[in-house]
Design a protein around this ligand. Structure first.
Ligand code: PBG
Ligand code: ZN
Length: 323
């Protein structure tokens, strides 16, 4: 197969040919839409660095959840902004916490929409770290108890899938164990298996008011330089019975997505994070790029790299273009 007998351009000649040989497809079924649920009433506050994304009180979250469902997007992932934060993040595992109330409200009005919950402590702790602090660092094993309690309370409130994002060792097993012991063996765990300590989370931390008040997250989130470590993390989560694996962020880590897709036979999720969204929005606003086309190309690239599902703030816009 060589030039001039073989000519690659033959199969690119017209749109039907291009459709017929297209290898990767983005579908509305692949999308998961993140939402920020805030305490209070009548709140709809746009996040300055994330145009089109809001902190909203529950009635507005429910209205948007309906819109998401009507667009054909199968699932949302919820983040909570509680009224009060404290050292042990009590709202995270309270029966009447912000997320628990939000889940019940969505399930009442849009029962068919799949509700995934982010399981972590950083939105609920006054110090902004993803667990309990002991001697100036997050204490792994103490934190596991709280994460398990949080996941269980989400399941009790009606969550369909729990997604731990804290990067503590052993959290998938701890969550699986408590769910199974409480008649929630049918609830899957979507593990943020490979989560890097990334500057791309900047806008999210404004959105969730979850910036660490001291230090950073590098003692639990991964070093962006590491690939083998990603395989170790994913292997552990598979052994602990995770149902989905996630790579986060996505754009600068497409090689890791491919690596995990080739090695593991679990559904793979890419998190197209806040900073990735903000960059596209900012450049499009300046008319430096075609925002819609860059968005679709980026999401397609994540699928081509191996993602089965994509958590993305673009989900609604992408779904509209896919209709
Ligand atoms: C909480 C959490 C973060 C994100 C999802 N869950 C932020 C962080 O770890 O600081 C980031 C999402 C985004 O940037 O869109 N652990
Ligand atoms: Zn966290």
């Amino acid at each position: 197969m060589f030039f001039p007998e073989y000519r690659g351009r033959r199969l690119r000649r017209n749109e039907n040919f291009r459709r017929m040989i297209r290898e990767t497809h983005l579908r509305v079924d692949d999308l998961i839409y993140p939402m920020f649920s805030a305490f209070g009433e009548n709140i709809k506050k746009e996040i300055p660095s994330m145009p089109g994304i809001y902190q909203q009180s529950i009635e507005n979250i429910v209205a948007e959840a309906k819109e998401v469902y009507d667009l054909g997007i199968p699932a949302v992932i919820l983040f909570g902004i509680p009224e009060f934060k404290d050292a042990v993040g009590q709202d995270a595992y309270s029966e009447t916490g912000i997320i628990q109330e939000t889940i019940r409200a969505i399930k009442k009005e849009v029962p068919e929409l799949t509700v995934i919950t982010d399981v972590c402590m950083c939105e609920y702790t006054d110090h902004g770290h993803c667990g309990i602090i002991k001697d100036g660092d997050v204490d792994n094993d103490e934190t596991l108890n709280l994460l398990a309690a949080e996941a269980l309370s989400h399941a009790r409130a009606g969550a369909d899938i729990v997604a731990p994002s804290d990067m503590m060792d052993g959290r998938v097993a701890a969550i699986r164990e408590i769910l199974d012991a409480n008649d929630f063996s049918h609830i899957p765990v979507m593990s943020y298996a490979v989560k890097y300590a990334s500057a791309y989370y900047g806008p999210f931390r404004d959105a969730a008011d979850s910036t660490p008040q001291f230090g950073d997250r590098r003692s639990y989130q991964m070093d962006p330089a590491n690939r083998m470590e990603a395989i170790r993390e994913a292997t552990l989560d598979v052994q602990e019975c995770a149902d989905f694996l996630m790579v986060k962020p996505a754009l600068a880590y497409l090689d890791i997505l491919r690596e995990l897709k080739d090695r593991f036979d679990l559904p793979l999720v890419a998190y197209n994070v806040s900073g990735e969204y903000s960059m596209v929005k900012a450049a499009a606003e300046k008319d430096w790029i075609d925002g819609d086309r860059v968005m679709m190309e980026t999401l397609l690239g994540m699928k081509r790299a191996g993602a089965d599902l994509i958590i993305t703030y673009h989900a609604k816009e992408a779904a509209r273009l896919l209709k």
